[in-house]
Design a binder for this molecule. Structure first.
Ligand code: AVJ
Length: 322
């Protein structure tokens, strides 16, 4: 039996899920209708995402793991000694494991995650794997200013780790704003280690978001399953289809739930009309060339100190500093 040797610190501000109904109603009043992509990640959605990562078409996760496999050692060199590693989101922590294996005397590891259960599990796994690295989990929404726990000793620098190309889910302006918030949190001497999917041919990208087994479609539709359960809406699952296409001009995958027919949906006290073929936007996944990414970093007052790619050149990781 193992003893839970860590304490999960709760941010005192209310997470956005507390106002789920309000958020959904606002999104349904927008034109075009849109719902935020973080709504995907209830328990089933998180499981479906892990399953997406195993689909042959979804190259992102495999590519980033291959990148870490080849470069975690050099990345650790660049980060230096006595780092406090703050991870935005905690996921299944494979990449974090690869990084921690190479870091020299890390001061602490601080996973920041909005879902309690994934946070508890990854904290458990990492504290068992790295008994000498203090883990200080923070249950919070990383898009808001964080109150980081006091580190066990003074770090040389704070590095924010944001793998997985999650930055791609933010539109350009929001992405720059999030990087700027990270810049404040990391301090003068800090840095950001961030994964971002690279631009490439449309067919490869579109296949990744339209896997043959239909796991991504199920993941997208699960948002409606979640809403029906959590806010009592009555979305008819057979009345909506997953659609993901690459907008090459904008450099992003755009994912929609498309209404199969004219229909009404009840959401709280609201009756919402969907026309046949009406597309409700549920996710952007932005793709960045190295030049695009440097420009984005620049907007946030940051510079790319170094960048790495996987051997196949599919995915990139950048180290950003002030
Ligand atoms: C977890 C945000 C990186 O955008 O590629 C996968 C989520 N959506 N398939 C991505 C996702 C559809 C994924 N990220």
């Amino acid at each position: 039996m193992s003893v839970q040797a860590f304490e999960i610190r709760d941010d005192d501000r209310r997470p956005p899920v507390d106002d789920l109904l309000g958020i959904v109603q606002r999104g349904l009043r927008a034109r075009p209708k849109r719902l935020p992509s973080w709504l995907f990640y209830d328990e089933r959605g998180s499981r479906l995402f892990e399953e997406i990562c195993e689909q042959p078409e979804y190259y992102l996760t495999r590519s980033e793991i291959a990148l870490m496999d080849g470069h975690a050692g050099d990345i650790a060199e660049v980060l230096g000694e006595d780092v406090r590693l703050v991870e935005y989101g905690s996921g299944n922590a494979i990449k974090t494991r690869m990084l921690l294996e190479h870091l020299h005397a890390p001061v602490s590891y601080v996973p920041v995650e909005i879902s309690h259960e994934p946070l508890r599990i990854s904290t458990q796994v990492l504290s068992e794997r790295f008994p000498n690295v203090p883990v200080q989990p923070l249950h919070a929404d990383f898009t808001r200013p964080l109150r980081l726990p006091i580190p066990p000793r003074a770090p040389r620098r704070t590095v924010i780790y944001f793998p997985g190309s999650t930055i791609g889910n933010f539109e350009a302006r929001d992405a720059a704003e999030l990087l700027r918030k990270m810049r404040n949190e990391m301090g003068d001497n800090g840095g950001i280690l961030i994964g971002a999917d690279l631009k490439k041919d449309t067919a490869t990208i579109e296949a990744a978001y339209n896997d043959k087994a239909g796991v991504t479609a199920e993941f997208t539709l699960n948002m409606l399953v979640r809403l029906n359960r959590e806010i009592g809406s009555d979305f008819d699952l057979s009345g909506f289809r997953h659609r993901a296409h690459y907008n090459a001009m904008a450099g992003r995958i755009e994912t929609f739930l498309v209404s199969a027919r004219d229909q009404k949906v009840r959401v709280g006290k609201q009756q919402v009309n969907f026309a046949a073929e009406e597309a409700m936007q549920v996710e952007y996944s932005c793709k960045y060339s190295p030049e695009d990414f440097a420009a984005l970093a620049g907007k946030a007052g940051l510079a790319v100190a170094q960048g790495w790619r996987d051997p196949a050149g599919m995915f990139a990781v950048y180290y950003l500093v002030r």
